[in-house]
Design a protein around this ligand. Structure first.
Ligand SMILES: Nc1nc2c(c(=O)[nH]1)N[C@H]1C(S)=C(S)[C@@H](COP(=O)(O)O)O[C@H]1N2
Ligand SMILES: [Mo]
Length: 255
């Protein structure tokens, strides 16, 4: 990771206070995109195709009932990072896990798992679609990514959120990235619970991305850092994700 986060450990009170503050000050990407939308949708500049695209990107993924949940939700890709540092954290119940949020943000933060678990959370039962041809319906629970992004405050040149993962897949660090439309989508959450229990190791403990309008490989597991950037080109292979860098799958995997 390029930027070194200021190593502030916020108290629970500070983070909740910060979140409330962020919600009130209104100088965030939500508001900016509202302004953008107002301009876009105003009579003179109205562009029907573009409007449709943006409305479609904001649409919700279908949510299911408890009775629809898959009895078995398979794990795919890395099932256990099994590195010395990951194993040490797992042995300690991930008490020492931290999530730095760095890059093009006004207030870089390092959040603890306790702080993340204390945040207001969303619960959603959704269908996970893997590009390899299987699907499963599961229940996910965690704070909306938008809350975290509002807490750190995005700079005006922010374009993408990059998720660094703790696992190596075939010896190469797994990572993923999404744009700000998906980052601020209401169903985009950092899940720390699955199917009413703590997120299990095969599914990305202690923290994984759920980005419900995208295919499975975008849902980064074992997230140990979020970096906000203006370009994906300088990062790893430059294509915005592990599979994208290998030329296997597209960066935009909307469903
Ligand atoms: N860190 C990391 N995230 C990952 C992967 C991985 O190998 N490592 N595999 C991806 C793929 S291809 C899929 S389908 C889902 C699988 O999630 P699951 O194991 O919870 O079913 O995780 C995605 N996120
Ligand atoms: Mo997948």
């Amino acid at each position: 990771m390029s930027a070194d986060p200021t190593n502030i450990r916020l108290t629970r009170r500070a983070i909740i206070g910060g979140l409330a503050g962020a919600a009130l000050t209104g100088c965030d990407a939500f508001q900016q995109s509202d302004v953008g939308r107002a301009i876009l949708f105003s009579g003179e500049t109205a562009n029907k195709a573009l409007q449709r695209t943006i409305m479609d990107r904001n649409a919700l993924a279908r949510e299911f009932d408890e009775s629809d949940m898959s009895p078995i939700f398979r794990s795919n890709g890395t099932r256990d990072p099994d590195t010395p540092s990951y194993n040490a954290m797992a042995a300690n119940g991930f008490a020492d896990w931290t999530l730095p949020i760095t890059g093009l943000v006004e207030r870089p933060m390092v959040l603890s798992l306790d702080q993340i678990r204390a945040m207001p959370a969303r619960t959603q039962i959704t269908r996970h679609d893997c590009v390899e041809g299987w699907s499963a319906i599961g229940k996910w629970h965690g704070p909306q990514l938008s809350l975290l992004l509002q807490a750190v405050g995005l700079k005006t040149n922010a374009r993408y959120a990059v998720f660094r993962c703790a696992d190596l897949y075939n010896g190469i660090p797994y990572y993923e990235s999404i744009d700000l439309i998906d980052a601020f989508h209401p169903q985009t959450i950092l899940a720390w619970a699955m199917n009413d229990g703590l997120l299990p190791i095969p599914h990305g403990a202690p923290l994984r991305l759920r980005v419900e309008r995208q295919l499975g490989y975008k849902h980064a597991k074992y997230v140990e850092g979020i970096e906000i950037v203006d370009s994906l080109a300088p990062i790893n292979g430059g294509q915005g994700g592990y599979w994208e860098d290998r030329g296997a799958y597209e960066w935009y995997a909307g469903i």
